[in-house]
Design a protein around this ligand. Structure first.
Ligand SMILES: C[S@@+](CC[C@H](N)C(=O)[O-])C[C@H]1O[C@@H](n2cnc3c(N)ncnc32)[C@H](O)[C@@H]1O
Length: 260
């Protein structure tokens, strides 16, 4: 994501879901001197405003990380402090040795559906955890907006922009309805070495307060397709023709936890 400043005004779905999940579930946080890594922190507002609020005040450090330099710069400028740091990190890439075994909790909200190399992503999380450390990952499975993008990718007009829709946008679990994402994720995590694995699948919807306009703004912020931004109004007009209810998004949210 390249525009964290714009994202902070349209992240209402991501913030709502994180708040509700943390409120309704009792996750076991380390009570004293906890070291926490937030993977894919984006603009940093959820790291600072939501995750930090839910962990014990006596934490040692929170590190927000993101593969986007623009996000890390923005988060540093707005939220960095004595016990809150931000670093650049691609969770699908090589993890520096000095991050391995260092965290009591690795958390992440609305990021892992962007991760195509799921095994690498999950094993990097495992490697960053200290012994007995826990991860909590929240991300999308199936979503109606993915299907709309896929439909548009098959049209002559949008095909050249959206030809990589499957690898650049769709969650790796968008199509796993029949095989069940829980089975896939559990078997991947087991193979890596996680234990106490818990996977919830929640069927949700979100009504954007500003309706379709807010949806358009959010998707513009998150747009991964080269050249599409210049055609954004035209593209979104056709998207809304295809889905006149685009002001409401319908999706499956996966809430995944495990222990090293
Ligand atoms: C929708 S934002 C979520 C931001 C924040 N976690 C929140 O709850 O609002 C997704 C973020 O994941 C980051 N991201 C995507 N793929 C990533 C990867 N492979 N490694 C690290 N960050 C990634 C993007 O740059 C973006 O900032």
């Amino acid at each position: 994501m390249q525009d964290p400043k714009a994202y902070q005004h349209v992240n209402n779905m991501q913030s709502r879901d994180l708040e509700v999940i943390l409120k309704e579930n009792s996750f076991e946080w380390k009570q004293k001197d906890a070291r926490i890594m937030d993977v894919g922190c984006g603009d940093g507002s959820a790291t600072m405003g939501i995750w930090k609020k839910h962990i014990s005040e006596s934490f040692m450090i929170i590190v927000g990380s993101d593969k986007s330099q623009a996000c890390v710069n923005f988060a540093k400028k707005n939220y960095e402090g004595e016990k809150v740091k931000f670093i650049t990190l691609d969770i699908e890439g090589q993890i520096p040795d000095d991050l391995k075994g260092c965290f009591d909790h690795v958390v992440s909200n609305y990021v892992f559906h962007w991760v195509q190399r799921q095994e690498k992503g999950f094993s990097n999380i495992y490697d960053m955890l200290a012994k007995e450390g826990k991860c909590l990952l929240i991300f999308l499975g199936n979503c109606n907006c993915y299907e709309n993008y896929r439909t548009l990718s098959r049209t002559t007009k949008w095909n050249s922009y959206l030809k990589d829709v499957k690898t650049k946008l769709l969650s790796p679990y968008h199509d796993s309805q029949a095989s069940d994402p829980q089975i896939e994720i559990r078997s991947l995590m087991r193979k890596i070495g996680f234990r106490d694995i818990n996977i919830q699948v929640q069927n949700l919807s979100f009504d954007f307060e500003r309706g379709i306009d807010e949806f358009r703004d959010l998707m513009k912020c998150l747009n991964p397709f080269d050249g599409l931004e210049e055609k954004w109004e035209d593209f979104m007009d056709e998207y809304v023709q295809l889905d006149p209810n685009a002001g409401t998004i319908i999706y499956q949210l996966l809430v995944v936890s495990g222990t090293k």
